[in-house]
Design a protein around this ligand. Structure first.
Ligand code: GLY
Ligand code: MN
Ligand code: MN
Length: 451
């Protein structure tokens, strides 16, 4: 049933990540650094959208992971072993005029009191304090792709070279902090998994709503509106990435975000949409018939993708690898394409000559977390895929995209199907976070019949 506007239910929310957990993350990061090193990690800045209006602020995920702070223009400095405090944050100045326009700012006091940071300064004091804090540190760790961090390091080097602080060890250089933080972010804590579970639940509700509302004559953007309404209504900040609603052949465009076409009776519609809750992403894809009933050709192709997807989800367990899961999907999709007459010959031959790639050219999984395509390497080295371990979170999202080419039977031309779930690796195997939105043909048809 569609949610009743008279008695709507707000899904019960998981607790926020505790100040203690953020502190433990900073300590775990510092424990990996060599002696006499420091970390410099800027948060995100506001970005101009047009003239004097800005995009909604989204904190840098690495900065957020280590602090929980959501204000722009902040900078984290980690100084292992410093007696006055190892974690220092520079933040926006308190400013009554600005705060009258854009809301309360934490200020240095708020950062210390509310976020468990040991020492904080407002940005007005940054020039005076930052180089003093870094003086005598031999190695700096920073995100090398961040121009602000690199410029802090260059200033620290000039400062050291100017010999202002003779007798202290010289700054030898700087290294990338990102791989260390990203390796930590790859394994989610219980509190993070609870937030991801909630983002997935909101996303699932939104997909159910879109399935129930869909009918011929609506436009793709109207389904987008239904999904995003549900996200925000449930307290998500909005979509975790641009919502994809692709009907008919638009479903074959992998990153179709125009969402402008009318929905036609005979088409499938592919929706790839997920909510961002407390900065954690949901990422669900479902594909269903606008009419509420799959045609024979649509159902036949759908069952091929569903079979591959279910086997791939079942293969998620500690010690498995994304490479093996992808290979299994490629095998199942290729076998299905041969069975339907869209490819010819032996399964292995079509895998070896990569002819399946005409219909399936993306990979099956990516990590999921604070970022929809979350951080963490997929390989231990060139040859070795990373084994799955408890606490990793990933998507499983095989698809088939059939071009509208002359050599393809009419009934299959322009059909795009993807089915995507979010899965946590557990000690026992896995947990599917997105099971609340149907993917079996009969369940989808039954839900769509309940208008
Ligand atoms: N929504 C982006 C993806 O599925 O990877
Ligand atoms: Mn995905
Ligand atoms: Mn997706």
């Amino acid at each position: 049933m569609l949610p009743d506007p008279e008695s709507p239910t707000l899904l019960s929310r998981p607790p926020a990540i505790s100040v203690d957990e953020y502190r433990q993350r900073r300590e775990a990061l510092m424990a990996q650094l060599p002696d006499n090193a420091a970390v410099v990690l800027p948060g995100a800045e506001l970005m101009t959208r047009s003239r004097d209006s800005e995009f909604a602020f989204r904190q840098n995920s690495d900065f957020y992971y280590l602090t929980g702070i959501r204000e722009p223009d902040a900078l984290l400095v980690l100084l292992p072993g410093r007696a006055e405090g190892e974690s220092v944050v520079f933040c926006q100045d308190r400013d009554p005029t600005m705060e009258a326009w854009t809301g309360r700012r934490l200020g240095a006091e708020g950062v210390v009191a509310e976020y468990g940071i040991e020492q904080a300064f407002e940005n007005t004091d940054r020039d005076k304090q930052l180089l003093t804090l870094l003086a005598g540190r031999e190695l700096l760790y920073l995100p090398l792709d961040n121009t602000e961090a690199v410029s802090v390091a260059e200033d620290a080097l000039s400062d050291a070279q100017a010999g202002l602080r003779r007798g202290r060890p010289p700054l030898k250089g700087w290294l990338d902090i990102s791989p260390l933080i990203h390796a930590m972010r790859l394994i989610k804590s219980d509190a993070e998994i609870a937030l991801l579970r909630h983002a997935a639940l909101i996303s699932a509700h939104a997909h159910r709503r879109a399935m129930q509302v869909a009918r011929p004559g609506l436009c793709e953007f109207q389904l987008q509106a239904e999904l995003e309404h549900e996200f925000v209504w449930q307290g998500a900040s909005g979509p975790a990435y641009s919502t994809i609603v692709g009907s008919g052949a638009n479903a074959c465009v992998l990153h179709y975000i125009e969402n402008s076409a009318p929905l036609s009776d005979n088409d499938l519609v592919l929706i790839d949409a997920g909510a961002e809750f407390e900065l954690y992403a949901g990422d669900i894809t479902r594909t269903f018939p606008v009419s509420g009933r799959f045609s024979d050709a649509q159902r036949a192709l759908y069952q091929v993708v569903l079979h591959a997807q279910q086997r791939a989800v079942n293969a998620v367990q500690p010690g498995g690898t994304l490479a093996d899961i992808h290979q299994g999907v490629v095998y199942d999709l290729t076998a299905g394409l041969i069975e339907l007459g869209l490819l010819e010959g032996e399964v292995q031959a079509r895998i070896d000559d990569e002819s399946y790639r005409r219909f399936y050219l993306h990979s099956t999984s990516h990590w999921l977390g604070l970022d929809v395509h979350d951080v963490g390497t997929y390989r231990l080295d060139e040859q070795t895929p990373r084994p799955l371990a408890s606490g990793m979170v990933l998507t499983v999202e095989p698809g088939l995209y059939i071009p509208s080419d002359d050599d393809i039977p009419d009934a299959y031309q322009g059909i795009g199907i993807r089915i995507e779930d979010n899965v946590v690796v557990t000690n026992e195997g896995h947990e599917v976070l997105t099971a609340d939105v149907p993917k079996q043909v009969d369940e989808i048809e039954a839900l769509m019949a309940k208008k």
